[in-house]
Ligand binder design. Sequence first.
Ligand code: ATP
Ligand code: 6CM
Ligand code: CA
Length: 555
Amino acid sequence: MEKQPRLLCSELCVQRRPYEVILNCAILAWKDVQIGQKHTGRSIYGSVKAGSHCVPVCEIIAVQEKEDDSPCKDTGKWQKVPQSPVDCQHAFTVFYIERTRQHCWRCSNVTFHCSDQSLCLLWVQTIREQLGLLTNRPKRLLVYINPYGGKQRGKQIYDHKVAPIFSRATISTDVIVTERANHARDHLKTEADLKKYDGVVCVGGDGMFSEIMHGLVSRMQRDAGVDENSMEETLVPCGLRIGIIPSGSTDCVCYATAGSNDPVTSALHIVVGDSQPMDICSVHNEDSLLRYSVSLLGYGFYGDVLTDSERKRWMGPARYDISGVKTFLSHRYYEGTVSFLPAEGNLGTPRDKMQCLSGCAICRQTSSDRLVSKDEDSVSDAECRDTWTVIRGKFLAINAASMSCACPRSPKGLSPSAHLADGTTDLILVRKCSRIDFLRHLLRHTNKDDQFDHSFVEVYRVKQFRFTPRHQECDSEVDLRERESGAGGKRFLSQICREHRACGCMPSQSNWNCDGEILPYTAIQVRVHCQLITLFARGIEEQPVFEDPYTHCAI
Ligand SMILES: Nc1ncnc2c1ncn2[C@@H]1O[C@H](COP(=O)(O)OP(=O)(O)OP(=O)(O)O)[C@@H](O)[C@H]1O
Ligand SMILES: CCCCCCCCCCCCC/C=C/[C@@H](O)[C@H](CO)NC(=O)CCCCC
Ligand SMILES: [Ca+2]
């Protein structure tokens, strides 16, 4: 670790033991003086030493003066007691982030006792000054809580686990507990005074996140006079960051951007002001915008699971397991045409095993390319000239994963190498196959095996795609022929339908699952908008971070 100029260095006590405590602009470090004397010869900075700790300043949540209150031996009442120099009376507590297992963070603390009040104040003030320089931290947040998401614990989770952390970090909040579906979306879209806030927090699952995202994206476009219905429009990115406190059934957006669905971890990512840009797909039917999607757009299997599970909402998260098995057993397939515009450039491939982790090189490159070419997001002439790939077939599932879609059910996700902010989506086509083969493929969503390594699975990294179900292709074909053949057309139409009934494909029509919402159209056109929103997250941190066993610092 590079040496930083010291701001402060004092001998303070921690749990009645003397420590050498150092603060510079990057870290706060403290080492046990007595242990230090036994193990001489090494600097506190970045080397292995017993009894030493260090915390990056950017991971300090708050510092607070503390009065040493102890029970008075005589009266049994609590009062301030004078103490010996080692048990000094003046103290301050530093609250900081500690990494625990599985990408989870905790709020830890250490109390330093000082010999006099002025020293104590100097430490508190200096640490506060350092924290004041971290301008990416939010001060005012607008919080929406869905009290009915997941296991209906959103309000409880916020009140008990999140609000105390925000208050510790002196973040002020306006909290709205939603009273109906789309309450948060409509409020953001039309009413909320967004200038007052540094971010919006969503307490709920993917459905609730989708509401917040729709509200913010639509508000931005309306304010900028951008027509969301047009696929050719370049959408305006959202200035406000979104934080997700997971309390839903799948929580895939949170899991895929933070590596866990732990509310405390998410609250801490908000407090430290993390930023993670994210792609959004706009989903259209002809000239109208249907919805936006950030995670999964799924037709066939995942559309059917969702349709069936909506009738079982009362079951909570277990509804997906029951509907998953039921849909798998029904083994329906769907016919149609998928066309797509492949991603070009150095964006990797869905099978390259380049997981999108914190500070991802591919997403960073995409960001800098966007800075160079401001027009990048428009449907450029080059894209119009690009040739579309067209695939006709019978599919069990058509999935577009704009991010990995990792969640507790599928820890690596539907497309483990998909990127959060590269301007592409991974289009996965699962062709008609036997039940046992499909089961093998599905089970690979839950383990580490390559789910694309099957002859009936194809995967493409794309910028745009379209899907037309067979029955709609037929309709237009029939319409055309009917118009061409006049009165004779009716006879021709009935002939086609009879043929379809015979091949069994006519009744098979699924719905699109768009981030957990059912879309009212089956023929859709999709375009990825690169880095349209930003979350209070940093992507999944590489694991294991090699940690100095004594200082707990990454080295
Ligand atoms: N007060 C409310 N009453 C009824 N529905 C609500 C309310 N507030 C939000 N909703 C709706 O509830 C739906 C589901 O919420 P949420 O996403 O929080 O939980 P979930 O569906 O259990 O989790 P996941 O989306 O992760 O599977 C959302 O689509 C949202 O629009
Ligand atoms: C025999 C059955 C085998 C089942 C195999 C299980 C594989 C699990 C993969 C889970 C992938 C989740 C992708 C995320 C989609 C979210 O945008 C959406 C909204 O929360 N969730 C669902 O649609 C919920 C989808 C839940 C599907 C089970
Ligand atoms: Ca992407």
